[in-house]
Design a protein around this ligand. Structure first.
Ligand SMILES: [Zn+2]
Length: 208
């Protein structure tokens, strides 16, 4: 509450932005986010900071492990329908604990398992592909982000239709904590056609 009092008074000590009176009025009138970002709940990730954005710029869906269920897909469709947001980024990140749990085969409550179970097939896919064990974690993060993107295209007709009409792009990305850079791991995902061309971590011919 102290932090919010600082923010509201324009005396933020850590947040990179405050709200001037004109910005407050602008936000009150509505929003026009240029991107939907689906990312992990991890406290080390904050899309507004990572992309140097203000409030109102990015429509964020956060869930541990960067996975989607019906409710979060509904949130994405809300942004598309009401704000015609032209970009969806599925953003995995280095050192993701949820993906590590899937790599380790960890189990917990039914709710924790619901997350890990969604990530596990991506880990298996990377394992089958082979490759160095020390990159299994990061490669699984990348594969999981791609899998979430593909799953979104498969499940949401609203997303598919907008991609078909070229009103929307869906991309997968990886936040590298060490470099602080967000790296695109695929070109725009298409509904049909060849598998996405990966930009980093995996070679194109490794993607089945
Ligand atoms: Zn994470």
């Amino acid at each position: 509450m102290t932090g919010n009092a600082n923010f509201a008074a324009g005396n933020s000590e850590k947040a990179p932005f405050g709200l001037c009176e004109s910005k407050k009025k602008e936000l009150l009138e509505g929003q026009n986010p240029f991107a939907v970002v689906v990312c992990c709940s991890d406290s080390r990730i904050n899309p507004q900071y990572l992309f140097d954005c203000e409030l109102g710029d990015i429509f964020v869906i956060r869930v541990a492990g960067c996975v989607l269920d019906d409710v979060s897909i509904g949130s994405i469709e809300y942004a598309l329908e009401f704000f015609s947001t032209p970009l969806i980024m599925i953003l995995g990140h280095q050192s993701c604990g949820a993906v590590k749990a899937a790599v380790d085969g960890a189990t917990g409550s039914r709710y924790l398992n619901a997350i890990v179970d969604r990530i596990a097939p991506s880990v298996e896919k990377v394992r089958k592909r082979g490759g160095p064990e020390n990159s299994l974690w990061n490669d699984s993060v990348v594969e999981n982000a791609l899998s979430t993107a593909r799953g979104l295209l498969k499940r949401s007709e609203v997303v598919r239709e907008r991609v078909k009409k070229k009103e929307l792009k869906v991309v997968a990305a990886f936040f590298n904590l060490m470099s602080a850079r967000v790296e695109l791991v695929s070109e725009t995902l298409s509904i049909e056609g060849p598998a996405p061309k990966l930009v980093c971590y995996q070679k194109k011919d490794e993607i089945k």
